[in-house]
Design a protein around this ligand. Structure first.
Ligand SMILES: Cc1ncc(COP(=O)(O)O)c(C=O)c1O
Length: 639
């Protein structure tokens, strides 16, 4: 597993670049003076408002801290942009009325006094580095808005860009990428050394997709000319990018921007470990994994290739793409549960699957639905939203399910359905043994078995418990944990007849994922899946063991689970909601027990700690929890 540290602050695309250790010192005169106020603003703070005391969140709702941090942060859904980037690009490439053309900027007051090596591009162009401008050459103002991309946004100090419209062959073996350097935004406006501003701007442009990963940068000489800075500044910026993993240089094929391996080769979503400088701001309320980066990109490319036929079809909801249904059915069959594609209904996640099943099957609303206590808050939220009467069945990390309790409840309270998570149950991590599965399958009630966490078996080798299956058992699954929650692919495995009925439910179309996402899922769930799974199991196992070691000596107890994504702590005498509230004041968000309770009030001395964060973040989180707990001890001692 990687023991990659959380991103250093400097790695985060915040508008204010953190100190970077740069190579060559910058010539002071490289920095235009005085820099106008940056157009970017500080990141929306993700501190505060962590969910600690409220009711279980609604299915789609995320804790405020998460929403804040992901809305502005770098790890984001496609299309979303970090605030800093949005601020620097939202104003658009069209030049504002007040913005001066580059040629003017270069030759008038905005240009700094500069070192001999940092001549304004306009001068450079007419002397040593650039071609003598031919009579027909366009002025730089034109060049700036064409060959080198759009002019800067309003308020931005226009860079003294090259006056040479199109780089000549002889001095530019690498063409300037389209939209470059406009993709960097008003990078000169950042405080600090120019080289650092430049490397930060390149990093942010890569994160934001304005500079596609893989883009080949122009040569150092060309960059210095296009950006209007000294060669030394360019070299320093590129060295920093290379050292931090954002640039890959291969002899003969130039330098290509990329995302660093420490972000792409791990299971922790980037958003989980972006802390503020010196002041923890950590979110351990989510048990989510990052997408398997390279496999995902490859799947996207293959899906795009296969999409042509799909695009001439209607795109209307179906039971799922035939190829995906086949793949899923085959997986069940290989796993000992014979399944035909007609038995699979693809949904936009396991929660969607549960929603559809409840809507269709919970016909007698006077009868309760049996749920584990504790249980997955997302499922509880769906049930609460439907005002369902719940029948809690105890499950513990150590002892598993109380089947006797469930059997008695079935006899005396006649629940119409049960919702159970037999594999690495969220949050206890409990894993149902084969005998218990068989016993539950014999009970006279319909069971919805949520197998979302089944693939996250951290035993070596993974075990081979049968599915919880039988004539009255319906399985639901999801790619959320196995692959990526952003994929929004889940499914129902039921009888072909029930699948046909569910197709007629008016909710089905709404709960069906877009066909293109299904294409991607089909690519990911195919051949490469075993390698992806083995990799994430290795990393999660290491993170789980690391978290367990960190908790040594806390006095909190837990059972190390065989799989899943979190530890379920018993805090002894410490009330979990209070501890979570104190941790929140230290900048750490965690989810206390009552969020997992069917009645939303009990389990007051439990806390769920996911091990999906990087070891470094887990370390900081446990330290903060310990400190928060000590405060409590201190209060008792002094009271
Ligand atoms: C047991 C369980 N089911 C379902 C989900 C969510 O699945 P989906 O994202 O597919 O709706 C989770 C997420 O934590 C979970 O723990």
């Amino acid at each position: 597993m990687t023991t990659d540290p959380a991103l250093p602050h400097s790695d985060r695309p915040t508008p204010v670049p953190a100190p970077l250790a740069l190579g060559p010192a910058l010539p002071h005169s490289d920095r235009p003076t005085p820099a106008p106020a940056p157009t970017t603003t500080g990141p929306a703070g993700s501190r505060g408002a962590p969910v600690t005391t409220g009711p279980a969140p609604s299915p789609g709702a995320r804790p405020a801290s998460v929403a804040a941090s992901t809305a502005t942060g770098p790890a984001r859904s496609p299309g979303a942009r970090p605030a800093s980037v949005a601020a620097s690009t939202a104003t658009g490439p069209a030049r504002s009325p007040g913005a001066r053309p580059a040629s003017v900027a270069a030759s008038t007051a905005t240009g700094p006094a500069r070192s001999p090596g940092d001549r304004p591009a306009s001068v450079a162009a007419s002397t040593a580095t650039g071609p003598a401008r031919s009579p027909g050459a366009r002025p730089a103002s034109v060049a700036a808005s064409t060959a080198t991309g759009p002019a800067p946004s309003p308020g931005a100090r226009p860079a003294p860009v090259a006056t040479s419209p199109v780089p000549s062959r002889s001095d530019s073996p690498t063409p300037v990428p389209p939209g470059f350097p406009a993709a960097l935004g008003p990078w000169r406006d950042r405080p600090g050394p120019l080289a650092r501003s430049l490397s930060t701007a390149v990093r942010e442009a890569v994160v934001d997709g304005r500079l596609a990963a893989g883009t080949r940068l122009p040569s150092e000489r060309e960059l210095s000319r296009v950006l209007g800075v000294s060669r030394g500044t360019v070299v320093a910026a590129l060295t920093q990018l290379r050292d931090d993993g954002w640039l890959h240089t291969r002899q003969g094929s130039g330098s290509h921007v990329r995302l660093p391996a420490r972000l792409t080769e791990r299971t922790t979503p980037w958003s989980l470990d972006r802390g503020g400088a010196g002041d923890a701001d950590l979110d351990l309320t989510l048990a989510l994994t990052a997408a398997p980066h390279d496999a995902y990109l490859a799947a996207l490319a293959r899906a795009a290739e296969r999409s042509a036929a799909l695009l001439v079809d209607s795109g209307a909801a179906t039971a799922g793409l035939p190829r995906l249904r086949e793949l899923l059915a085959d997986r069940y069959t290989r796993d000992g549960l014979a399944t035909r594609p007609e038995q699979i209904l693809v949904t936009s996640g396991a929660q969607a699957a549960l929603t559809l099943l409840l809507d269709h099957l919970h016909t007698d609303r006077r009868r309760p639905v049996a749920v584990e206590s504790p249980s997955y808050p997302g499922a509880l939220a769906v049930l609460h939203a439907r005002r369902t009467r719940l029948l809690p069945v105890p499950v513990t990390s150590e002892g598993g399910w109380d089947v006797g309790h469930l059997a008695t409840a079935v006899r005396t309270r006649s629940p119409q359905l049960a919702y159970l998570v037999p594999d690495f149950q969220n949050p206890t991590g409990a894993h149902m043994d084969a005998a218990t599965r068989a016993e539950i399958a014999r009970l006279p009630l319909t069971v919805i078995a949520d197998e979302t966490l089944r693939d996250l078996d951290l035993r070596t080798p993974p075990g081979s418990e049968p599915h919880l299956a039988g004539p009255r058992v319906i399985q639901i699954g999801s790619a959320s944990k196995t692959l990526w929650t952003g994929l929004r692919i889940g499914w129902i495995r039921a009888t072909a007849d029930l699948v046909r009925q569910l197709r007629r439910n008016p909710l089905q179309a709404q709960l069906s994922p877009p066909p293109l996402e299904q294409l991607i899922a089909a690519e990911l769930l195919g051949e490469g899946l075993a390698a992806v799974l083995s990799d994430r199991r290795d990393r999660l196992r290491a993170q789980r063991d690391h978290l367990a070691r960190l908790l040594d000596g806390t006095g909190w107890t837990y059972t190390v689970p065989d799989g899943g994504l979190s530890l379920w702590l018993h805090l002894g005498t410490t009330p979990a909601t209070e501890l979570a509230a104190r941790a929140a004041r230290h900048g750490l968000a965690v989810t206390p027990g009552p969020h997992f309770a069917a009645d939303r009030a009990t389990l007051t001395h439990h806390l769920r700690l996911p091990f999906t964060a990087t070891p470094d973040v887990l370390g900081r989180a446990v330290e903060l929890l310990r400190r928060s707990d000590e405060l409590e001890v201190h209060r008792f001692v002094t009271a």
